[in-house]
Design a protein around this ligand. Structure first.
Ligand code: ZN
Length: 697
């Protein structure tokens, strides 16, 4: 990992109303921000990425179809004190499963009483594959009583009388890029959470060092309706407390809600509540009444918490997309199957690239993320991994099929201009041939933009590569040759000065039998919406379904995703396409399996005849040289515009409109050199954005 330190965020919870202790977050965070330049640099950089991504992708994140976008494999390490399973400090499997189930109900908005945004579109599963890729329950029990003072004092947060958290985490840690680690402990600062005020747990922001990343939880709080776990997971996905930046009775700054306070715009600036009281009346930080968005927020310290807000959701989804979290969703750690057990890595390569000391001690270049065949691999930069990652982990497996074409994507650190070259040793002779085995090369990747830049290219696995073989992929990365010709990655034995090299095991498998069959796939108009439903016959190894819509039955675009619901038979799925507009539409499913392969369903057509009016009426969908729109006032009056786009998304015409009642607008097409066929007309008026299908005849 790059020199990025996460925020230590400790959270205090109490069953008592008399409570005056502050959360440790402010103390530790401020101390490190002031005393540790590397910490500050890392925090500033990581927060900037999350902030920018949230800003740039807010609408698409919040408007994605209502289903989980990210499924996070969780491993729960129970650090007990020698007691039997089912005792207080060694909670049973059922208790832990129930705690994860509760977490999911909070994050999918189904926990009774949920307010706010509801579905966060991040859910959690106990890991199904351990770090050796063997089946696991995702629950791992370790006796921690051998650590001095652990039994009596547990883990330190504010105190120093117990065990340092690093010593507990070093007992057992599964790769934080492949699993989210939760350590369940007996006590924090000596308290087990059964009485008085206590710290229920603490977590780190994405970007924490691998040695620290994860959540520590009190065993007594690891159960349904104890709010520590959803709160800590909020921190794990980059949420601050809503009183971030407040000091005593002094309110947080509130000049720009994107950068001040908790950096969440739909939570008002507040001070920290005292005694877990949900406040009513006037909020002195705004002069307006307190909002449930802060007072009932899971990230606040109140006894009425039952919500996350929309902007918190956008921020969590941005964090889930960050290089520090994005590998979790595609991890083998949540796969039901694994192609080759027991796993043994590829045969030896002829050489191993070694990074220089310069490269391993300075944050100058490095690979942050590699994605191939549906597997997204976070990788440390040179500083964290000493410059070379061998192909020895089964969790890094890439599964490919001969003759198939794949995309390789790489995200460099991108603080400086960089270059990358990748090979697969198809003939398995230990050598990487530039002419026949190179799968990617690009020099001068820039301009500098930490983490935000990625490059990609396609490659095709030769048909002659034998199936059921383990091969080696090598990716070598270095600063650009614009800094000197000597930095050219001439071959796979190149020793990077500032960059690094990573090897991946590649399993060549026979064409995968399609993992899903369908019992039905129906598409029906329901008012202005389209209801899509399907039932699978058999299902195994399926990742998700991508819904695709077309105006002409030939060119399809994705309109959303639905995650697969595990293996088995007879799973029923539903999806609503809200108001695609009047006319004929075509739908199909793109079923994607966990190995990145995919298959299409049949295509189903639907006609939408009547559409609720949105304050306008299109005089005809079939046009020659003129489109005419009749505006009808309420609900549609307001600033308006219209865009005509073709099916590839190219904008052909754009203008603003008068949407007043009884206004008839004519749009002249005669000056546009467009052919006959199907086009999309996007109309914006006071009732929102609407898309109509236009057929030019
Ligand atoms: Zn907290």
């Amino acid at each position: 990992m790059k020199a990025v330190y996460g925020l230590l965020i400790m959270c205090l919870f109490s069953a008592l109303t008399a409570f005056s202790q502050r959360c440790g977050f402010d103390i530790l965070h401020q101390k490190r921000m002031l005393s540790d330049p590397a910490y500050k640099a890392g925090i500033d950089e990581q927060q900037a990425w999350i902030r920018n991504y949230t800003r740039d992708h807010r609408n698409e994140l919040l408007n994605a179809p209502q289903a989980a976008l990210f499924t996070i494999p969780v491993v729960v390490h129970v650090i007990h004190t020698g007691g039997a399973v089912g005792t207080t400090y060694n909670p049973s499997d059922v208790q832990i499963q129930n705690a994860i189930s509760y977490l999911n109900q909070v994050y999918d908005g189904t926990w009774p009483g949920t307010q706010g945004v509801g579905e966060i579109q991040i859910n959690f599963v106990l890991a199904t594959r351990d770090p050796a890729c063997n089946p696991t329950s995702g629950i791992n029990r370790i006796n921690g009583s051998g650590l001095a003072n652990y039994t009596a004092q547990g883990v330190n947060a504010n105190n120093t009388t117990g065990v340092d958290e690093i010593d507990v985490k070093n007992l057992v840690r599964w790769d934080p890029y492949r699993y989210y680690n939760i350590w369940v402990v007996n006590r924090i600062d000596g308290s087990d959470g059964t009485s008085g005020s206590f710290i229920g747990g603490f977590a780190y922001f994405p970007g924490a060092p691998q040695s620290l990343d994860g959540t520590i939880m009190l065993a007594t709080q690891m159960q349904p309706n104890r709010k520590t776990l959803p709160h800590e997971i909020g921190h794990a996905f980059s949420l601050y407390h809503p009183f971030q930046g407040a000091s005593g009775a002094t309110c947080p700054a509130n000049t720009d809600c994107n950068t001040d306070g908790d950096e969440v715009c739909d939570t008002d600036p507040i001070t920290q509540p005292v005694g877990f009281v949900c406040r009513a009346g006037n909020n002195p930080c705004t002069g307006t009444p307190y909002s449930i968005n802060t007072e009932s927020n899971y990230m606040n310290y109140t006894n009425c918490s039952n919500l996350f807000t929309a902007d918190q959701k956008a921020r969590m989804l941005a964090a889930a997309s960050s290089v520090f979290r994005r590998g979790l969703h595609t991890s083998w750690g949540r796969s039901s199957t694994y192609p080759v057990l027991p796993f043994s890595g590829p045969s030896a390569a002829s050489c191993t690239p070694n990074s220089s000391l310069t490269g391993t001690t300075n944050t100058i270049a490095g690979m942050m993320n590699v994605t191939v065949a549906g597997r997204n691999y976070n990788s440390a930069t040179t500083q964290g991994d000493n410059g070379y990652v061998p192909a020895s982990s089964c969790l890094n497996l890439i599964q490919l099929v001969p003759s198939n074409t794949y995309n390789l994507e790489m995200t460099p650190l991108a603080i400086n201009y960089e270059q990358v070259r990748a090979w697969i040793d198809y003939d398995n002779n230990g050598l990487f041939d530039n002419a026949t085995e190179q799968v990617f090369f690009q020099n001068d990747i820039g301009p500098p933009a930490a983490y935000t830049l990625s490059v990609n290219g396609n490659f095709t696995v030769p048909a002659w590569v034998p199936v059921n073989t383990m091969l080696r992929m090598r990716v070598v990365e270095e600063v650009s040759t614009r800094y000197g010709a000597g930095f050219a990655i001439s071959n796979a034995c190149y020793n990077p000065t500032y960059g690094q090299a990573e090897d991946f095991p590649v399993w060549i498998s026979a064409a995968v039998v399609l993992p899903v069959t369908y019992r039905y796939f129906t598409v029906t108009a329901s008012g202005k919406d389209v209801q899509i439903a399907w039932e699978t016959g058999t299902e195994s190894g399926s990742s998700h379904f991508s819904l695709e819509r077309s105006a002409d039955g030939a060119r399809f675009t994705s309109i959303g995703q639905v995650p697969a619901n595990g293996s088995g038979n007879g799973k029923v799925y539903r999806f609503t396409d809200p108001a695609p507009g009047a006319g004929t539409w075509f739908y199909r499913l793109r079923q994607v399996d966990i190995d990145g392969g995919y298959a299409y369903s049949s295509i189903v057509r639907v006609d939408i005849n009547s559409v609720d009016h949105h304050g306008y009426k299109l005089m005809s969908n079939r046009v020659h040289h003129e489109i005419r729109i009749q505006f009808m006032g309420d609900p549609g009056e307001g600033p308006g515009s219209v865009r005509l786009v073709d099916l590839s998304g190219r904008i052909l015409l754009q203008r603003s409109l008068n949407t007043r009642r009884d206004q008839l607008v004519s749009i002249d097409l005669s000056q546009l050199s467009i052919s006959t066929g199907v086009y999309l007309l996007e109309i914006v008026n006071g009732s929102g954005r609407h898309t109509e299908k236009i057929v030019r005849e």
